[in-house]
Design a protein around this ligand. Structure first.
Ligand code: SAM
Length: 218
C-alpha cells in the first residue's frame, strides 16, 4: 500500500495530509459482502485489514466545506472529537478554526498511524491526540470526558454497526454538544418483483436506523 501526501484548502486554511495514493486498490471490496465485514463482527480473512479509512471519502470533504462556511461552530468549541476519522480532515480543520482540544479516533492501527502523522503535519500534536475507539467494543472511558463538538463523515454504511455507533455517540457527546455528520446516501438496487425492472430501494437503511435510534434531533 502506497501513501501519498497532499494538501487541501478550505476557506483560508490549508490542511496537509497523508492518505492512500489515488488509484491504489483498497482491500475494502469485502465490506460489501456481509460475511467478511469486520464492522459487523465477522472475522476478516487472514492478512486483510479494514483499510478503507486510508482513503479520503467525499463526505469528509463536504463536512470540511460546511465547517469552513460555518466557522463559529468550531471556533467556540473547547473540545472536538472525530469518530471513524480515517484521514481526519474534518477534525483537523475544526481544531485549526479555533483552539479546541482535538481527539481523532478510528479502530484500525494503520489508520491510527496515519491520523497521528496528519495531526503532526498540521502542527496540532500539542493539543491533539489519536485514540483507538472501536464502536463494537468500546463502552466508555471516564478519563476521556465528553466533547462539545463531535464529527463524523461517511460512517453509516452498514446497518449492523449503527446501534453500537449510537451507543458510543451517546457516551462521547456532551449534554449540550453538537454532532455534525456528513452522510453519503446509499440505496440498494432491487429487482422489482412485478416488472422485473431494477430500481433503487426507497430508503437508505443505515440512515433510517440511525434516525430511529438517536433520541435527539439530527
Ligand atoms: C468510509 S470510511 C470514512 C473515513 C473518513 N471519515 C472519511 O470520510 O474520509 C469509514 C471509517 O469508519 C471506520 N470504522 C469502521 N468501522 C469502525 C468501528 N467499528 N469502530 C471505529 N471505526 C470504524 C473505518 O476505519 C473508516 O475510517
Amino acid at each position: 500500500m502506497v501513501l501519498s501526501s497532499a494538501s487541501a484548502n478550505f476557506g483560508e486554511l490549508t490542511l496537509q495530509y497523508l492518505c492512500r495514493r489515488p488509484g491504489e486498490t483498497s482491500q475494502k471490496c469485502w465490506t460489501i459482502q456481509d460475511d467478511f465485514c469486520p464492522s459487523q463482527g465477522a472475522p476478516l480473512p487472514e492478512n486483510l485489514v479494514d483499510d478503507i479509512g486510508l482513503d479520503l471519502w467525499p463526505a469528509s470533504e463536504v463536512l470540511c466545506c460546511f465547517l469552513a462556511d460555518h466557522p463559529a461552530l468550531a471556533k467556540h468549541a473547547p473540545s472536538v472529537l472525530e469518530l471513524g476519522a480515517g484521514v481526519g480532515l474534518p477534525g483537523l480543520l475544526a481544531a485549526l478554526l479555533g483552539e479546541a482540544q482535538l481527539m481523532l479516533t478510528d479502530y484500525e492501527p494503520q489508520v491510527l498511524s496515519v491520523l497521528q502523522q496528519n495531526l503532526e503535519a498540521n502542527g496540532l500534536s500539542g493539543r491533539g491526540k489519536v485514540q483507538q475507539i472501536d464502536w463494537k467494543r468500546w463502552r466508555g472511558n471516564p478519563e476521556l470526558g465528553r466533547f462539545e463538538l463531535v464529527l463524523g463523515a461517511d460512517l453509516l454504511y452498514a446497518s449492523a454497526i449503527v446501534k453500537d455507533f449510537v451507543e458510543v455517540l451517546k457516551l462521547v457527546l456532551s449534554p449540550h454538544g453538537v454532532f455534525l455528520m456528513a452522510h453519503q446516501i446509499r440505496r440498494s438496487i432491487l429487482l422489482d418483483p412485478k416488472t422485473r425492472v431494477p430500481r433503487l430501494e426507497d430508503y437508505d437503511e443505515p440512515l433510517e436506523q440511525f434516525r430511529s435510534l438517536s433520541d435527539r434531533k439530527i
